[in-house]
Every structure is written in C-alpha cells, then in structure tokens.
Design a protein around this ligand. Structure first.
Ligand code: 3H9
Length: 728
C-alpha cells in the first residue's frame, strides 16, 4: 500500500511516491498521488509542494505488469493527475533521486520545477517496451527542450544522466547532497513567483525552419535501426503532433497512438522480454538451492588465459567491473600482441564511457598485469580460460591451474560447446569448475551463458552469475551439453540455411528473408563476419568433415543423416569470409565489410547441385522462414525436455542477447507460442516428411505433448516438462 508523508518546513508539503522497490505507478500509488495533490491544492496552510520518491528513488514509471489487464491497471488516469499537478496554483517541485523514467519523468514534467541529484538519470524508455510515453511525455518534452532533443530521447528510450538533462533544460538544478531538502528550499525560494510560464501545456513547441526535414531524418534513422519494430516510428508521429496540434488535442492524439501500440503483439513481446531477462538472475537448481540460498564469493582478483579476441574482451569486462586482472599468454609474441590490443580496446572504451558521463580508470597500480608465468595465478580468486576450442589444450591448462591456483579459486572456461565435466575431470576440485560462455565482442555483448557441470558447486554458480552481473551481463544458467543452449540451437538453424541453398535458394535470398523478419544480419552475412573457419575447425575435430567422393566432393550423408559439406568446401577453397575477402559473398579486400553477390559462388552452387543430382527448385520465402525458425524452436523444445534450459524464457533471453533475434519478436519460444504450437507442429511434420534424413525437422516429443495437451500458454510449459531429465 502506498504511503505518503506530508510535512516539511515553511508550509511546503512533501508528497512521497511509495511503491517499493522502484516506486512504480500502480493504481493505489496513482490514487494516493491524486488524493495528496488535491489535498495540497485546497489546504490553505500549504504554499508549495515537493514530489519525491521513497527510498531515494523517484519512480521507474507505470507498472508494466498490469498492462496486459483490460483496464491497463488504471494507467490512463495518470495524464489527468499530471494535468492536476501542472494546473495547480501552488509551485510544484519534483525532487528526483536516482531515476525518473517513463511515467515517473512525465510526473516530473507536470511539475513546475525539477531538481535532481547529480547521479540521477531520467528518460522515457517506453519505446523499448513497444509503447510511447502516454501520459503527456510526447507533448510536454518537445515543448520543453525542442523537437530534435525530444525525438532523440523518446525514440531511443535512452537514460539521460542528470548533467546532460540539466544542459538540455529538462532539469532546473542539480544537487550533490539531500535532494528533498534542497527541493524544499528551492520551493521556498520560488514562492510568490508567477508559475504561468512554467506550465508546459501553455508553451508552444519551438518552431524550426526545417521541421519537416528533422522529422524525415528521424524517420530514416529509426527505420534503419528498428528492424520492423514500429514503436519508434509511432513515437515520431506523436512528437510531430506537438508541432501542429494544440496541447489538449495533442494529448488526445498521443492517447490514440498509445492505445494502438499497447494492443500490438510487439508491445506484448517486448514486455515479455523485459521480465524474461530479469527472471534470469533468479536461478534455481532442482535440489532447491537457488540465488536466494547460495551466496556468491567475492572476487578480489581474477586472471584471464589467452588474449585472442575473446580473452581481450573478457579482460576489459573485468576491468570495467573494477576487478584487477592478470592476463596470461603462452609466449612473448602473443603476449605483446594481446597487450597492444587490450590497451587500445581500453582506450576506446574509456572514451565511450566518458561520453556517457562515466569513468574507466585503469591507472591504479597492479590493476592490470600481463604475464607468461602461471605462478602469477597463485593468489587469484577466479580464472577465466579463453584459449582455442581444443579439448586437449584446455585440459592441459586446467591441469596446470589445479596445481598452481589456491584450492578455493574458481576455474571458468569460456568454451562455446565443449564438455565442462571432461574439462573439470583433470582438476583436483571439479566442484570449482564452471563454464562462462561469453559472446564476441565480449566487452560489448550482454549475454553470458553460465554452464553448470555435474559436479559444479552451487557456490561456483552463484559466483559466476554474480560476476556476470558485476560485468553488466545478463547471465543465464544452462546445463552441460554440446553447444549448451545457444550454439545447440544455432547448429539447427545454420544447417537449414545450408540445406535450403543446396536445394535451390541462394545466400542472398535466405539473408533477405531473415533480415526482413528482423535479424540485423542474415545467417550467411553473420557467417562471413564471424569467419567460416571457426566452425570448420570444430567440425574437423568432431570428425564430420568426411572423405571425398570420386568427383572430389564430400558426400552429403553422415550415417542416415543429411550433412551439408558446403561450408567445409568454402573453407578448403580459402573462403573464410570477410577476413579472406571472400566467403558466401565477395568483398573488395580481405577485411572488407561490404558484401557483394559472388558469381563464383552461384556457379559453384549450380555445379554442386548437378554433381549431387539435386533437382534445383524455388524455395519460397515462407519455407525459408519456417524451416529456419521452427527448427530453432523445435530444438528449444528438446532443450527444455532435456533440462538444459530451465524455462522457455531462458532460451529466448539467450537468443535475443547473443544471436541477434529481434526483441520485438520475443525470442524463438515466444514466437512459436504466438504462431501457435499446432501450426508449428503441422509445418514441421510436413517438412520432416519431405526431408526424412534431417533430424532437426522431426518434431520434438515435447512439442507434440504440448499440442496434445491443448497448447497451454508458455508460462505453463515448464510444469509439463517432467523433471526426470533436468540438469538444472
Ligand atoms: C510507462 O511509464 C508508461 C507511461 O508513459 C504511462 C502511459 C499511460 N513496472 O530492473 P530491475 C521491477 S511504461 C513494473 O531488476 P535495476 C523489475 O521487474 C514504464 N515492474 O532493477 C524488478 O522486479 P523483480 C516505463 C518494474 O536497478 C524490480 O522492479 N519505465 C518496473 O537493474 C527491480 O528492477 C520503464 O520502462 C516497471 N516499470 O534497473 C523502466 N521497473 O525484482 C523499466 C522495474 O520482481 N525499468 N520493475 O524482478 C527499468 O528499466 C529498470 O528496472 C531500471 C532499474 C533501469 C529502472
């Protein structure tokens, strides 16, 4: 229940939003706010009002949890309460501590003055939830700071640091001490001053000579980034309304557009993603041990082994989390290369952070050490190994670590697919071994798969999850199997793309279909960027690359299963992707970025089909999309029944944050549930019949079970898995 403290010196009433933890604007909070504002307005002893939030936080905005209710949790009444605040004859001052987001900032914009703590952040992140600021934000903010700055804030949903917000004119004053006390003094100072000019509803949005061009430019920009998500474009429409409609009509237009968005599937997907990501920190094991019961160990000092692309990014991530690092390489040449690369990454990161008002200080002595000597790892609390995907090499390193490191040190491996148990087996403390699968570039990508082996201790899990959080990552706990969750799914997706081009399509067509779906890059472009040789090396180790047929081409079967040797053949021809200037596409030079269609590849594909006697056919866009996406979800159902992922939300979080799945599509499992499980099953059955040698298209038993049970909603899937297989 919301509580409101009233009081304060010299007839200044203090209204405190109180709905822990973030003072979201639930219906009771809104009612209490309305009651208190009305009360202050009529109470003759009150001369001014300060609105603040309890526990040092202003507000994280409307309560998203209730948006799916038919009455939207009464959120539509927020604008009228804000209007009440704005129309008050008594000065209303917002005292912003920590955050004012969404409806929270909209309340502050209704106030006549806004003062904030220097470390506060403000923003209108509704666009990231598939919405627009629906309580006057799209009408008041452009009136306050002009169209270009308002468009930037509203279409990106970015968090604006207080200093920048002050410069933009969103805030009137910053304070370093007690914000509420300062706001009370501020209110006393402005008592008696006219407040007419402080009411944003009475202002005009500042005119610009090139207004149309500004909106057009914004449209082009959001279209490029939105990948089919339409809330940014609708935000622009709402801001534009502030330039040609009077305030009250602008508010009506804003409401109309808000209602359009809130009922859309995209808003549902984006809000699902918001909560799915937050649920990942609440990991639990079948034994009952969970994030609540197992405390992480503090990490005072860490080590990273291997300074290739992954190792460098991991070093930077640890330093950003203020954890001192010992970086180890195998020889002087690699050490110097790694040192140079880490230092330039750090420089770039420091510059980027500086722009956001943050600091990356690595000047402290001993914060970063480079070494060739394993002895230097004697007293570290945690090691992250990031060498090649070679089991023998990893085992050799873990054997050494086991001898050198203190027994309580956590030993992490950044493998993307290998068996954690086999790696742990060579150590004297296998319970301390845990997989930490980072994604490239590791200092940028948010995802961290924390892989739990059969002997990994809950403390090691808790520590790896907590370390991920400290590094700003979204840690997802997964079980141990080849490829874990992310790469196991990816293999299914990739193999479909190869089979589809064998059957008659082209990399260009497949990429186009998946990019139109919302992936930032189609699978063949991704493969060229990442390097085809990485997978080739791994397939060689698995013994998949196979012998040659009489005509020089490898066969297309492995036992009874279809196998596409296409990427192997490309590698044999030196086509590793961008790094060699050619892969699925052609580039102007090695390292070039612009992909061009390659006649060599098309000729090669025709020749390949002829040799293998594959009747070339047109693969429709629907078939491309369905085979790629439904085979992903199908593997997801297998992963759930194998107990490798703890819930469908875990798979979706991994796919969105590590594999470029468009957020507004909610992840492969959410997408399957929205398409409808019977449809997914029927399509898979059809494709499986046509391709009996592709196991990835055979519908999983769990999907069939769910359909037989009447396709229950995603939230119930977990309870229907059965726990016999659970690895979590
Ligand atoms: C809006 O305002 C619409 C208006 O325009 C009005 C239209 C008419 N609602 O993230 P955390 C929960 S739309 C419900 O772990 P952090 C969160 O799920 C809203 N719950 O903390 C978690 O719950 P649990 C616009 C919310 O410090 C707990 O609070 N506002 C909401 O890492 C702690 O959150 C936004 O989009 C919410 N609004 O990050 C802001 N916010 O403990 C959304 C949080 O059960 N929020 N929770 O898992 C955020 O972006 C982050 O929470 C924030 C803090 C950056 C504020």
């Amino acid at each position: 229940m919301a509580q409101y403290a009233r009081g304060g010196a010299a007839a200044v009433a203090v209204i405190r939003l109180c709905n822990p933890p973030l003072n979201t604007l639930s219906l009771p909070t809104l009612r209490a706010l309305e009651r208190e504002v009305k009360h202050a307005n009529v109470d003759p002893t009150v001369k001014a009002v300060v609105i603040c939030g309890a526990n040092g936080k202003f507000s994280a905005g409307a309560d998203i949890r209730v948006f799916s209710n038919t009455d939207r949790g009464g959120v539509s009444s927020l604008e009228s309460i804000i209007s009440l605040i704005e129309k008050s004859e008594k000065p209303m001052v917002a005292a912003i501590e920590d955050m004012a987001f969404g409806g929270g900032l909209e309340v502050a914009l209704g106030c006549h003055y806004r003062i904030a703590h220097v470390h506060a952040r403000v923003g209108l992140p509704e666009v990231t939830l598939g919405l627009l600021p629906g309580a006057g934000g799209t009408q008041r903010l452009p009136r306050l700071i002009g169209v270009p700055a308002a468009l930037d804030i509203i279409t990106t949903g970015k968090h604006v640091p207080a200093a920048e917000a002050l410069k933009l004119g969103i805030l009137d004053e910053l304070v370093e001490q007690n914000t509420v006390e300062a706001a009370i003094s501020f209110a006393e100072r402005v008592l008696g001053q006219p407040i007419e000019s402080r009411r944003l509803c009475l202002k005009q949005t500042p005119r610009l000579p090139n207004m149309e061009a500004v909106f057009e430019e914004a449209r082009v920009k959001v279209k490029k980034q939105a990948r089919g998500c339409f809330s940014p474009e609708v935000c622009i429409q709402a801001v534009q309304a502030s330039t040609y409609l009077p305030f009250t009509e602008g508010i009506r237009k804003e409401r109309e557009l808000f209602n359009l968005l809130i009922t859309s599937g995209q808003a549902k997907a984006l809000q699902y993603v918001f909560f799915a990501q937050r649920a990942m920190g609440k990991w639990a094991l079948p034994t009952g041990v969970s994030w609540k019961t197992k405390a992480p160990q503090p990490i005072q000092r860490a080590a990273v082994i291997g300074l290739g692309t992954m190792g460098r990014g991991i070093v930077v991530s640890l330093l950003k989390a203020k954890i001192p690092v010992v970086a180890l390489e195998q020889d002087k040449k690699h050490l110097e290369l790694g040192r140079g690369a880490v230092m330039s990454l750090l420089e770039r990161e420091a510059l980027r952070m500086q722009k956001n008002g943050q600091q990356l200080d690595i000047s402290k002595r001993g914060l970063l050490q480079f070494t060739l000597d394993f002895g230097m790892l004697r007293d570290v609390d945690l090691v992250i190994e990031a060498v090649f995907e070679d089991m023998a090499l990893k085992k050799e390193i873990f054997r050494k670590l086991s001898l050198v490191c203190k027994p309580e040190a956590f030993l992490c491996t950044n493998t993307s697919c290998l068996d954690i148990d086999e790696i742990a087996s060579v150590t004297s403390h296998p319970d301390q071994v845990v997989g930490t699968h980072f994604f490239s570039p590791a200092h940028v990508m948010k995802l961290l798969e924390v892989v739990y082996g059969s002997r990994t201790s809950p403390t090691a899990i808790a520590t790896a999850m907590s370390l991920g959080k400290a590094m700003g990552k979204i840690g997802v706990l997964v079980g141990n199997c080849f490829g874990f969750v992310g790469n196991r799914l990816l293999n299914r997706y990739n193999e479909q793309t190869y089979f589809i081009i064998e059957e008659g399509s082209t990399p260009e067509e497949v990429d186009k279909v998946l990019e139109e779906f919302g992936f930032k890059m189609g699978p063949f472009r991704v493969s060229d960027l990442a390097g085809l040789d990485v997978g080739w090396r791994s397939r060689k180790v698995q013994g998949l690359t196979g012998d040659k047929m009489p005509l020089g081409l490898p066969p297309r079967q492995r036992g009874s299963k279809r196998y596409s040797p296409l990427p192997d053949i490309l590698c044999e021809n030196g086509r590793y992707g961008q790094k060699t200037g050619k892969g699925w596409y052609l580039y102007d030079k090695p390292g070039g970025r612009e992909a061009k269609s390659d006649p060599w590849l098309h000729n090669f594909l025709s020749e390949y089909r002829r040799t293998h006697k594959i009747a070339t056919r047109t693969v429709t866009q629907d078939e491309i999309l369905e085979r790629c996406l439904y085979s992903l979800a199908n593997e997801g159902f297998r992963i759930l029944s194998d107990g490798i992922a703890s819930c469908p939300e875990a798979i979706d979080t991994i796919y969105i944050n590590g594999y470029g799945w468009p957020r507004h599509r909610g992840g492969p499992m959410f997408y399957a549930s929205e398409v409808g499980l019977p449809t997914v099953l029927a399509k898979l059955q059809r494709y499986a019949e046509a391709n009996p040698d592709i196991p990835g298209l055979q519908p999983s038993a769990f999907l069939q079970k769910l359909v037989a049970l009447g396709s229950p909603p995603l939230k119930q899937w977990l309870s229907l898995v059965g726990s016999q297989n659970s690895k979590l």
